[in-house]
Each structure stands twice: as C-alpha cells, then as structure tokens.
Design a protein around this ligand. Sequence first.
Ligand code: SF4
Length: 368
Amino acid sequence: MTMPSSLPASRLITELQSFGIRLADPRVGAPSRRGGAGPSDHKAVTVDGRTVMVPVHTAGAFASPYMADAPDAEGASIVRRDGVALGRVSFPRVPRFYALQTMDGVPYSKIAVLHGADVLATTVLQTCIRYQSRTKTCQFCSIGQSLAAGRTIARKTPEQLAEVARAAVLLDGVRHMVMTTGTPSTPDRGAAILCESAKAVKAAVDLPIQGQCEPPDSDAWFTRLYEAGIDTLGMHLEAVTPEVRARVMPGKASVPLERYFSAFEAAVPVFGRGQVSTYILAGLGDSREAILEMAERLIVLGVYPFVVPFVPVSGTPLEDHPAPSPAFMHDLLSAIGGMLKRAGMRASDSKAGCGKCGACSALSSFEE
Ligand code: SF4
C-alpha cells in the first residue's frame, strides 16, 4: 500500500536517491542487493505509487538525514527528515519466485532478481574482462563482489534463465526483463550470450526483454539480437566526456565515443526510436552542460538518455566519491525531461528495460 508524500514525488525521490535512507527495520520489504551490476546496495521503495531504488548500504546512506520508521500493520512506513515526518512510503514484498530452486539446487534468486516493481534482472555473465585488472576496471562497478560472496553464479545458462523467467511471470507478475552481461573477451562483447539467452526465455514465456552490452564489433549483431527476441537495447556510455571516461572507466574507455555513436545509428533503425538507450551516471565529474549536450545529441538519434545519480557502492574504488546533490539532479533531470517532452520520447513507450522501469532515476517523473 502506498500513501502520498507531503513533498512532490519527484523531489522526494531525488532526495532519497542522493542521500539514501536509514531503516528502523532493515528486514523490511524485498531483500536489498549488495554488489553486482545495476542498483547495488539499494532497496526498492514505493513513493506515491512509483517504485524506486534507494541506497541503504552505502556510507552516505548510513549518515542520511532520512529515516524510515518500522512499517505499520498495512506495510506503510513514515519517512522523516531530521525527525520531522515528511510522508509515507512502502516496500515491495519478497518475490515468491525467490523461494524456488532449480532441479540441480541453484536458488532462483542466484539466477535473476526482482528490480523495481516488476522487472526481472539478470547478469548473464558475472565476469568481465574489464574487472580483472585494477587499472582497467570501471571504478563504480561491483560485478565481482556478489559473485565472490556466493550470492550469484558466474554463468546463467539459457535453460536456467527461461525457468526463472517463467516462474517470475507466473508467480510475481513480472512485466519485463533486463539482461545485462559482463564483457567477455570475444569481439561480440556479449551479444552472442544475450542472443542465446533471449531465445530461450522467449521460447518459455512472452516477456519483453532489454539486452545490455558494449557496442559489438559488427553492426550485424543488432539484427541478430532483435531476431533472437531482444526488444530493446542498452549500450551504456556511463560518462560522457573523454577525460571522465578515461579516469573512471579506463578499460571501457578504450571503446571510443565514435563507436558508441556509430552503434547507436545502426541500432535505432533495427529496434526503433526510443527503444535503444544508454545509461549516464551523473555525479562522476561530467558537467551539467556536457550531460545536456550529450542528451540532446542522443535524443536526435532516437536514443533514450537514461540519466541516473551516481551511487558510491561499498567496496568499489569510488566508494568515497560523493553522490551528486539533489539540487544538481533536480536541475539536470528537469532539463532532460523537457528535451524528451519536446521530442515526444517517453520512458513509458519503451518496451522493456531501465528507461521503462525508471527505478534508478526520477527522470520519467520530469517527462510528465
Ligand atoms: S532502472 Fe534498470 S538497473 Fe535500475 S532497477 Fe530498473 S531495471 Fe534495474
């Protein structure tokens, strides 16, 4: 159950995503995630009917001025700032499919997890060529941490993904799926693994899928991905200026921005306008102007710029890097929301994936 907050939802969401939240009862809602790709160290929180990912395990969250009381009998919690009640939120329940395991004893939750309200998310390949060297790793990434802690498995087979996807749709009403991958050493940069995984899931259940990988060596992969059942494609810039890319993602920056742009140009005609997207982490050093300029360029190409606040994840080289301020995010997202509106591009028109889910950023609330 969700109740309206006394702050506008977009404002409360940007504040909670920047500062994080302290929980009077850390066991509330679905289990939070530590390590891994995607919204790590976060918990899903529902604010005014929108489920968003909010940091709970980061150093910033431990010092957050925001605190959620233990939930009442209806599952709603009061959120306070410095002790003053601001509104009520709720926490999505533990998904039913988490109780299941495969015939060979692998818990479903090690194969895929629930993100936001209704997204099944998996990292098909939990290893990455970029992660193996301190000098090459993306400084914000924790893909190896959940693997080292035994919370996931290194390679999810197509059969396992199909089994879990089917259960998540039937038991928990999951509506779309995100398949990301660490980057393998092959020139397709993970596209082949996404193809075989998507084929297996689509054969088992009718579920829109977003694939996420680095731009592959050949544009021919875009048609193969689409024909395999990938409905939308994410190729994530993360940072937009060459200096910031080289500093925070020295390995991945070896794929030049020009390749991202040629890949976007080739992928949009295959998947459709607004069905190709990119993740941009605001707060890593790119200026407001640089991010806005990039967003404009992407929108012209038909690429959805999913701008999210950077969250310093514990155990990563950037764990002490500050998160962007709520004012910076509010200003940035309202400007991008205006651009998207003028271009007639909306997150809700996306068939699957992060833009449609929107739990890691308040961006879609600025499109309204
Ligand atoms: S926006 Fe993407 S990464 Fe964030 S919770 Fe949704 S599906 Fe997961």
